[in-house]
Design a protein around this ligand. Structure first.
Ligand code: NAI
Length: 650
């Protein structure tokens, strides 16, 4: 018996053994997310199940290798008043409650991402079988959107896997693969795809009894222990997120601490808490960040793929770029003048591969893809050559002159330069159409943004291929026009220089950095200057001084003369011991934090507007995306221009 016409998003059939096969295949989207419409249809499906009374239900996704990616985030922007949102959340909770209390067993078959609301739905099913595949991951990423689970997930996850593992999962937003999920008890089975149907049949024929968590795991929920555990977890959260800017993890801890003994009340309070969080400016701005990221991911052009990459320069950037490309499955050759540097680069790559891949065979395969190439034999075979040698115009020009004749006709030539105008470098090229900038940020493995820099003569096809290449290596490509500092460094530099000027005026280094940290920056500007290197800051400041008539603060030259180059020399604005900042005694901050912040932010915001006006990127959204994904600019603000426009309307 089948009926595929009753519902738009859910499809079902009843087989001879009275097993109800239910498939979610959201009609208007390539992925399954839980919109209001999908949830309301699920309610109708549940009514049908209560009528038909099948032996069991098997719930799957109709999307290949993707279960349910979460609630429908695009609906979040309609949420402005908690009182109006609350009934919708309570409705979703009621639907999941009815699913959980169906008289027949419901088995969720999880193949691919099962996240947020998707995991909450799976937890409302009696059993979960996950496909052991790279695509399968289970987790609650809600905190990254400024909320916590709201469809009963806080109660059910704690019940299912115990207090600490569940809270940690929700507080960090980290996801688990199928095997890890099986280990903690989030799923009942993790099986290879080829035996999936057998596993489902076994569950249908012999539904296993429900397992109770061992007493030691349930202990954390006991009332006398909760305040202590909540205090410990809160301290951990405080180290990562400021409550003023990111209230969700704190709200989750309060919810658990006060209501964990009474699940009925906890469901209600969970809904209230999410209704209030979701309407906050933090959540609304983080949703904006989510969409900015999706926009950068979505540039798609039909173009020949880059398979072989040759990187020249194995210094701090070149080695990171090469090892990241090999990690992502590309064939890479890495060239440097200095054999010792090359050997260090391969050792650094090993660290990255071990950290990310863990299994020996995968690590070996990644090493096989990365080859040290002191003679530059890879140049002639590469689809893409990335130059990352020292920031010296003449040296880069010499290199281009010598390698251009060896390049394949269809190869792309890219520079990772941060400050040299591409048009200057292109002067020595016979074929400047294939030349462009691919500007990575440091460290490559942590900074998702990559600027794709369009020089005057760059042709469209290489730009499209470079964009596809950046997506292929799981970074976010941002198209920018060639201009000093491109987008991100140009906006960041006035902020760094403002911080240096404040030191020159006699303000304390810690006070200046604290003002930025309190605002929500990931690092203070002076600590960042130390990390980048005071010598590099000075040379960029000099380039900028020429273009933007911005004076270079004399303190930079004085510091260099005194050998204070920042982190690499052990002394800069801060002192460093074994690569770690020496923390000075805490002092009370002066009353001028707001003034300091204004002095830091104003030049940054002005420069952001200037970049938009000059068409360095196409939209204000791209300015914001660049600063958030290239520098970690306080994400809860939605980006510098969004922050500026919001502040103007408040
Ligand atoms: P680095 O000084 O750490 O490394 C440069 C490497 O290039 C050295 O190992 C050197 O031996 C090698 N080299 C010099 N001439 C060469 C040649 N003709 N052939 C082969 N190898 C040669 O420099 P870093 O920091 O890695 O910067 C490289 C490029 O990346 C520069 O253009 C810089 O502006 C840019 N960049 C740097 C960032 C950073 O945070 N360090 C961030 C983004 C871009």
């Amino acid at each position: 018996m089948t009926n595929d016409t009753t519902f738009r998003h859910w499809h079902w059939s009843l087989d001879r053994d009275e097993i109800f096969h239910l498939t979610l295949d959201r009609a208007d989207s390539p992925q399954n997310s839980l919109s209001q419409a999908v949830l309301l249809e699920l309610e109708e499906v549940i009514c049908l199940l209560q009528e038909l009374r099948p032996q069991a239900v098997v719930l799957r996704s109709g999307k290949p290798k993707s279960f349910i990616v979460g609630a429908d985030v695009s609906e979040f922007s309609n949420f402005t008043e908690p009182a109006k949102v609350l009934p919708q959340i309570l409705k979703a909770q009621e639907i999941f409650f009815r699913l959980e209390h169906l008289p027949m067993p419901v088995i969720a078959v999880i193949d691919g991402p099962c996240l947020g609301g998707g995991l909450e739905l799976a937890l409302a099913c009696r059993y979960r079988i996950a496909v052991d595949d790279r695509a399968t991951n289970l987790g609650f990423p809600e905190v990254q959107l400024g909320i916590h689970p709201g469809f009963g997930g806080t109660v059910r996850s704690i019940r299912q896997i115990g207090t600490l593992p569940a809270l940690q999962m929700m507080l960090t937003g980290r996801s688990s693969n199928a095997r890890q999920a099986k280990q903690v008890g989030l799923v009942d089975e993790a099986v290879p795809r080829r035996v999936l149907e057998n596993a489902v049949t076994t569950f249908l024929q012999n539904p296993p009894p429900r397992k109770l968590l061992p007493w030691s795991v349930r202990l954390g929920n006991l009332a006398p222990l909760r305040p202590l555990l909540a205090w410990i977890l809160r301290r951990k959260v405080t180290a990562r997120a400021n409550q003023k800017h990111y209230p969700a993890p704190y709200a989750l801890l309060d919810l658990w601490r006060h209501y964990a003994h009474d699940s009925e009340q906890m469901y209600l309070e969970e809904a209230r808490s999410v209704a209030s969080l979701i309407c906050s400016s933090t959540a609304q701005n983080l949703v904006r960040v989510f969409f900015l990221q999706s926009q950068l991911k979505s540039h798609r052009e039909e173009t020949a793929l880059v398979q072989r990459v040759h990187v020249i320069g194995a210094g701090s950037m070149g080695r990171d770029i090469a090892s990241w490309c090999a990690l992502q499955g590309l064939q890479v050759t890495l060239q440097d003048l200095d054999d010792k540097v090359l050997a260090e680069a391969i050792a650094a790559a090993d660290k990255l591969f071990c950290k990310k891949l863990k299994k020996n065979n995968l690590i070996r395969a990644a090493h096989d893809r990365l080859m040290a190439d002191p003679q530059g034999l890879g140049v002639a075979r590469a689809d893409l050559v990335i130059e990352a040698i020292v920031e010296k115009v003449e040296l880069k020009k010499q290199l281009f002159t010598s390698i251009e004749p060896q390049l394949r006709g269809d190869a792309i030539l890219a520079s990772n330069t941060s400050s040299i105008p591409l048009e200057e470098l292109a002067k020595v090229l016979q074929n400047p159409q294939r030349f462009l900038g691919i500007h990575f940020f440091n460290p490559v493995s942590k900074m998702p943004l990559v600027e794709i820099v369009r020089a005057e003569q760059s042709a469209q096809e290489p730009l499209a291929r470079a964009t596809a290449f950046v997506q292929r290596i799981k970074r976010l490509p941002l198209p920018v026009k060639s201009s000093p500092g491109f987008l991100v460094n140009r906006i960041l530099m006035p902020y760094l220089l403002a911080a240096v000027e404040l030191v020159e005026e006699g303000n304390k280094v810690e006070d200046i950095d604290r003002a930025a940290l309190d605002f929500g920056m990931p690092m203070g500007p002076l600590e960042l200057a130390d990390k980048v290197g005071i010598d590099i800051c000075l040379s960029v400041a000099e380039v900028f001084a020429d273009y933007f008539q911005r004076p270079v603060p004399p303190i930079l030259t004085r510091m260099i003369t005194a050998g204070k180059l920042g982190l690499k020399s052990g002394q800069g604005f801060y002192a460093y011991r074994k690569g770690k900042k020496v923390v000075r005694k805490k002092r009370h901050h002066g009353a001028a934090q707001d003034l300091l912040l204004g002095r830091l932010l104003d030049p940054l915001l002005q420069e952001a507007e200037a970049c938009l006006a000059e068409g360095i990127v196409e939209s204000a959204d791209q300015v914001d995306a660049g600063m958030i994904f290239g520098t970690g600019f306080a994400p809860f603000t939605g980006g510098p221009l969004h922050y500026k426009y919001q502040a103007a309307t408040d």
